[in-house]
Design a binder for this molecule. Structure first.
Ligand SMILES: Cc1cc2nc3c(=O)[nH]c(=O)nc-3n(C[C@H](O)[C@H](O)[C@H](O)COP(=O)(O)OP(=O)(O)OC[C@H]3O[C@@H](n4cnc5c(N)ncnc54)[C@H](O)[C@@H]3O)c2cc1C
Length: 405
């Protein structure tokens, strides 16, 4: 790869913008194509915009040098060109897919109007437009139902409650944020949302969305119970956006399959971020998207040794209400298997909870709620995957000493 080939990046989200910026710094400018009308922004902070804590300008990303606003509708691999919705055609030597994810739209009766649109009052929560639409609709006293109790649903429920909405969160499984948290930490998040006035229903499956005149009026549960709703937020996860790659005949499993050089099954096309599947893993998180973008920038700028070997990524969430912020961090496996060592410290009065799981002298996971002083030291021990000293003492030390972080 020489540095004067034309690199075209599809998608001006976290991964695409990071890649374009890094390439610029390394003297290999790229053309970035993004379909969203807004200046590129940090998607992770959308809930803070919805909560009214930040304005949209505050979460804008440093503008990349060459940004074309267009939606790419097709890739011609033989001609090495991409086609855009406005009819333009852009040639590439190297193409990078950074197309991110689409929100999962759950199979609910009544979710779409006859024109295949979401009814008025029903919103996904993925883009700045979703966020501004929700922000416009939320007023004190508005009845909002959030469907989904993962990271996204918890963030949306908290933000709407902070704006004065009466929020019900409907979670299909038995607890909140089950992908990241163990049961004790889930209970603390549940309690915290309750303190903010959010009514949390677990093991609660929404079946129907009821509309009058094209606008949502209520949602109905599987057990027939109906909840009045002026606003419904769909927070049921995301799936990689692979339509372009599939139509171009690239290898897809759940995401676009990439190797350690982030190359797809076509050596001229790479993929990074939420749309990419590396070594069987779909991350759907910001830290791996950044790491992949950084590695690919080095590769495309001529560092033949750069490789991506996976990311050990920590999930962090801050829930700020009227009172003090409620922080949590989780990484790796937060539930122990038989034979694992577990150290756990709970302070019910302060609402703090800390736990680490150790297997064969290695830290394999942990969760911290309300007290994050040790998170830096723990993350380093986890990321390094080095054996822990075997006398047992350091485990408690890891939980109680902030290690200068
Ligand atoms: C509300 C919310 C909160 C989140 N919170 C966290 C968090 O706390 N921690 C965390 O790690 N992660 C979080 N995430 C996930 C994180 O935002 C994603 O992992 C990250 O944005 C992935 O970056 P990406 O560049 O791959 O995709 P995206 O940021 O989604 O960007 C993809 C871009 O590509 C554009 N695009 C797609 N197809 C085309 C096309 N054909 N033509 C032109 N443009 C196209 C899209 O419009 C989009 O702008 C959150 C996500 C959301 C929605």
């Amino acid at each position: 790869m020489t540095s004067n080939t034309r690199v075209v990046v599809i998608g001006a989200g976290l991964a695409g913008v990071r890649l374009a910026r890094r390439l610029g710094e390394l003297g290999t400018p790229a053309l970035l194509i993004g379909e969203e009308e807004h200046r590129p922004y940090n998607r992770v902070l959308l809930a803070e915009v919805l909560a009214g804590r930040y304005s949209p300008e505050v979460i804008a990303l440093p503008a990349p040098a060459e940004l074309t606003r267009a939606r790419v509708t097709g890739i011609d691999r033989a001609a090495r060109e991409v086609r855009c919705a406005d009819g333009s055609v852009i040639a590439y030597d190297t193409l990078v897919l950074a197309t991110g994810s689409n929100p999962v739209l759950p199979p609910l009766r009544g979710l779409f109007t006859p024109d295949h649109e979401l009814p008025e009052g029903v919103h996904a929560f993925r883009t700045m437009d979703d966020c501004l639409g929700l922000s416009k609709a939320v007023r004190p006293g508005v009845r909002a139902v959030v469907i989904g109790g993962g990271l996204l649903g918890v963030s949306a429920a908290r933000a709407l409650a902070v704006r004065g909405a009466q929020v019900v969160l409907a979670q299909q499984s038995e607890r909140l944020m089950e992908r990241q948290l163990d049961p004790a930490a889930s209970r603390l998040v549940h309690r915290h949302l309750g303190d903010l006035g959010v009514e949390v229903h677990t093991e609660c499956r929404v079946r129907d969305v009821r509309c009058v005149g094209g606008a949502v009026r209520s949602v109905e549960m599987a057990d027939g119970y109906a909840l009045d709703a002026d606003l419904v937020v769909l927070a049921c996860g995301a799936h990689p956006r692979v339509g372009l790659a599939r139509a171009a005949g690239l290898e897809i499993r759940k995401g676009v399959v990439v190797d350690d050089e982030l190359r797809t099954s076509d050596p001229h096309i790479h993929a990074v971020g939420d749309c990419a599947q590396h070594d069987g893993t779909l991350y759907g998180l910001a830290a791996p998207a950044f790491e992949q973008a950084d590695v690919l920038a080095r590769l495309l700028a001529g560092d033949a040794h750069a490789r991506y070997t996976g990311t050990r990524s920590l999930t962090r969430l801050t829930l700020t209400g009227d009172g003090s912020p409620f922080d949590l961090a989780a990484f790796g496996e937060t539930e122990a298997r038989p034979g694992d060592d577990v150290v756990q410290l709970t302070d019910a009065t302060r609402g703090t909870y800390r736990k680490v799981v150790v297997r064969d002298d290695r830290l394999v996971g942990g969760v911290l709620v309300g007290e994050l002083g040790t998170v830096g030291a723990l993350a380093r021990a986890w990321e390094g995957a080095e054996p822990l000293p075997s006398d047992g003492g350091p485990l408690l030390h890891l939980l109680t000493n902030d290690g200068g972080s």
